[in-house]
Write a new protein. Structure first.
Length: 198
């Protein structure tokens, strides 16, 4: 396994028509060097299907969680020409989400809420640094266009004497037309690590 990804994903990608992949995933293909270049969350990644590897060629971010590489190659393989719905839903609203997103698949949003500990201005600052766009939800909320077809929203509620601060991730309603629940979890983990480990 490379980048935490089984080689079968790379083999499957190598057998796909690059023109079709590029059209669906909004990426580019280098015919000479046989690799894809994809922009994900503002950073560029190069995927080498025949060499079983993914490289982040940005020098502006920390190393992504290994789950994020799985999200990237799965998105290339399975994205479809479906427009964003612009309707937000939680992971529990996804088909099968209530039973899937618990226990080992509970999304670690506590990494974000514990880091900022009611410092909403610092949360906003980090989100802006990570190319977030403010949206009018919760006490503070930002939209992140992970890929052109996969937007997410991160919502932050300040705590008080009775309740701790809370963070929730919302997804575009059409996300399950591109990704399975385990891949959505992989994406969510990277979001929590990137915002919660700043």
């Amino acid at each position: 396994m490379l980048n935490g990804i089984d080689k079968s994903y790379f083999t499957k990608l190598a057998g796909k028509n690059p023109k079709d992949i590029c059209q669906k995933a909004f990426c580019k293909y280098d015919e000479v060097n046989k690799h894809y270049t994809l922009s994900v969350w503002g950073d560029k990644y190069i995927l080498y299907p025949h060499e079983y590897k993914i490289e982040c060629i940005s020098t502006t971010i920390k190393k992504p969680h290994e789950y994020f590489y799985l999200f990237i190659i799965y998105y290339l393989l399975n994205s479809k020409q479906i427009e964003v719905s612009n309707e937000w839903i939680s992971e529990k609203d996804l088909p099968g989400g209530v039973t899937f997103f618990r226990g080992p698949h509970e999304i670690p949003t506590n990494l974000i809420s514990e880091l900022y500990d009611n410092d909403i201005e610092e949360f906003k600052k980090t989100c802006m640094q990570l190319s977030g766009t403010p949206i009018n939800m919760a006490d503070a909320a930002f939209r992140f266009d992970i890929t052109p077809r996969i937007p997410v929203a991160v919502l932050y509620w300040q705590g008080d004497e009775e309740f701790s601060s809370e963070v929730k991730i919302l997804y575009d309603k059409n996300i399950t037309k591109h990704l399975t629940l385990d891949i959505i979890f992989s994406l969510a983990v990277e979001i929590c690590y990137r915002l919660g480990k700043s």
